[in-house]
Design a protein around this ligand. Structure first.
Ligand SMILES: [Cu+2]
Length: 120
């Protein structure tokens, strides 16, 4: 009986210690991007191929959205909310992004670029 308890304890310990590592890569870096009529700040970011990065998306005024088609990224940015998304680019290049929620007269001028570079 004692042996079974010990066995269960060890199994649970292993699960608790290693569970966070299983299934998803941990983001090493966080980049915060604000949207405000009619621009993204910053308007461009540089990521490293294969590196998982957490993006924190914040709209400072009205509802916006960020869509970067080449990276399969499309997130709504509701006003005054923090939206977190992780991205792990798997190809090098320059990926243009746009605002995906109509937000007014300058909506179409909300441009964004993700540069993805090879790991050094
Ligand atoms: Cu917008």
């Amino acid at each position: 009986m004692n042996q079974i308890r010990r066995y269960i304890f060890v199994v649970l310990l292993v699960i608790f210690v290693f569970a966070p590592c299983i299934g998803h890569a941990q983001a090493q870096r966080t980049i915060t991007i604000h949207a405000k009529r009619y621009k993204f700040i910053p308007a461009e970011i540089t990521l490293v191929k294969g590196e998982t990065v957490k993006l924190v998306l914040i709209s400072d005024d009205v509802n916006h959205g960020l869509a970067v088609k080449g990276l399969n990224l499309r997130e709504d940015m509701p006003k005054h909310k923090h939206v977190e998304v992780t991205v792990t680019p798997d190809q090098v290049g320059d990926f243009p992004g746009t605002c995906s929620r109509f937000c007014g007269a300058g909506h179409a001028s909300m441009k964004f670029v993700v540069h993805v570079v090879e790991k050094q």
